[in-house]
Design a protein. Structure first.
Length: 258
């Protein structure tokens, strides 16, 4: 999942970026309101963390511009102001949640997870796709009760695919939501990481979950789809689904920050 952090305080921004990246999120940073607007409209972020006290253009104006422009990305506002009217104004202008400085990093991460669940319409705190279970709060992945050890980027890729299980995801979609602005679009890094995941998530088990949809991208298959064998769908590790079949199938942080 990809997050934009809009914060002009360099030390605080550094803490936020490091903390979120340690949690396997892809994170971009904007130090002022104008750059925040450009990045927000240019990239498909899953969440925006927006400070209200910003140079060049304050956070409240940025928020209004984003919502007036039709951007529905969840926004978590950060403010050092104590006035309740600022919180009320921010929420009324389209913010989804808020934190008042100083705040606890554990609380920030919990709110981030809650907003990401809300964005994808999830209610459960654990993501399940058949025997595959992903716990975002613990960054733990199990399949058939067996713990699967993943790197931070492998986990981020699998979590994004699991949140969209049963949907074909293009390489562009995966790169835009799992990697940050430094990603090189001409590289084959997405395919490489899919290979890493297959070795850990699929190869030790009988039934493959990660499918290649020829000419379209990749999909984390749903259990009820796997149960009904379809013509032309190969049930083997690294299996390839023809586009027509794919269309049918897709039917302990304790630090305080101030």
């Amino acid at each position: 999942m990809r997050i934009l952090v809009v914060e002009d305080d360099a030390p605080l921004a550094s803490i936020l970026l490091r903390t979120l990246r340690e949690e396997s999120y892809a994170v971009d940073h904007a130090p002022d309101g104008q750059e925040a607007e450009w990045l927000a409209f240019e990239n498909p972020y899953d969440l925006i963390i927006l400070d209200l006290m910003l140079p060049r253009k304050n956070g409240m104006e940025v928020l209004k511009t984003l919502r007036d422009g039709g951007l529905a990305t969840p926004v978590l506002i950060l403010t050092a102001r104590d006035a309740k009217e600022d919180v009320v104004k921010g929420l009324d202008r389209g913010a989804d949640d808020y934190l008042t400085k100083p705040f606890n990093l554990d609380e920030l991460l919990a709110r981030v997870r809650a907003l990401l669940r809300r964005q994808t319409g999830e209610m459960a705190t654990v993501i399940e796709a058949g025997a595959l279970r992903i716990d975002p709060s613990r960054k733990e992945v199990t399949r058939e009760g067996q713990i699967i050890h993943l790197t931070a980027k492998e986990y981020a890729l699998l979590e994004y695919m699991a949140r969209h299980a049963g949907t074909v995801l293009s390489r562009t979609q995966l790169s835009e939501h799992v990697w940050d602005m430094n990603f090189e679009p001409t590289s084959n890094v997405v395919d490489v990481y899919i290979g890493y995941l297959r070795n850990k998530v699929d190869r030790p088990f009988d039934l493959p979950l990660i499918k290649t949809v020829r000419g379209h991208g990749y999909m984390l298959d749903l259990p009820h789809v796997q149960a009904g064998a379809q013509p032309g769908v190969e049930a083997s590790p690294g299996s390839v689904i023809p586009p027509a079949a794919a269309v049918n199938q897709s039917r302990e942080h304790t630090t305080h920050v101030s």
